[in-house]
Design a protein around this ligand. Sequence first.
Ligand code: SAH
Length: 233
Amino acid sequence: MVVMINACQNLEQIKGSFKLVIDPRRIREKMVMHQIESRGITDNDLLRAMRTVPRHLFVDEALQSQAYEDHPLPIGHGQTISQPYIVALMTSILEVRPGMKVLEIGTGSGYQGAVLAEMGADVYTVERIKPLYQKARRLFSEMKYHYIKTKLDDGTMGWPENAPFERILVTAGGPDVPEPLMEQLTDPGILVIPVGETRRSQVLLKVTLEQGNINKERMGSVAFVDLVGKFGW
Ligand code: SAH
């Protein structure tokens, strides 16, 4: 019995010292190298942002050890924080440049919004689930992302008071491109959204508006949580 207690104490000590030696910046370096760069993403501002944003702080403490792994994670209320590569893919398709006004629909954990802010974008983000909205706001404030604007609402309606936006990113899957979002996009402008005929899987659409012409490009298959709302499911 005594031996067991000692063993447990030792384990606690070992765990404690691990906490000190694992450097999140090094884990992020590895994540970017092995999951993002290796799959062909080259946008330097984006890679730098993903090396910088502390992704582990956007998930529950119990899941922090998995925060840099190659898969999505639950964030409560049936929602997920996207896999790092999917965040990178969507953001690179969005062609974000510093100073651009970007609208994100689906704040979720806040991670994607923080990546956009770290790239120098002027970020507006809308979430429909109150506890997620509140938690993300708190995180943005703690991490000094004071300039990220947040709203609790149905994001399929966009954010008319602050429109237009040069870029719009929808991080939940809907049946089609919500009309209000197209109306709130600048010309030229880019909108990225997962769209699917069923709720189970979607194709990632890059919608480009240029000189009044709308061009839709399919960028591959993805699986997102539902976009719920007037112009969603
Ligand atoms: N970008 C998020 C991913 C969140 S998952 C991140 O980095 O963590 C998608 C989010 O979209 C969920 O939080 C869900 O509640 C939200 N969502 C779904 N439909 C929405 C709508 N109509 N308006 C705003 N948010 C919506």
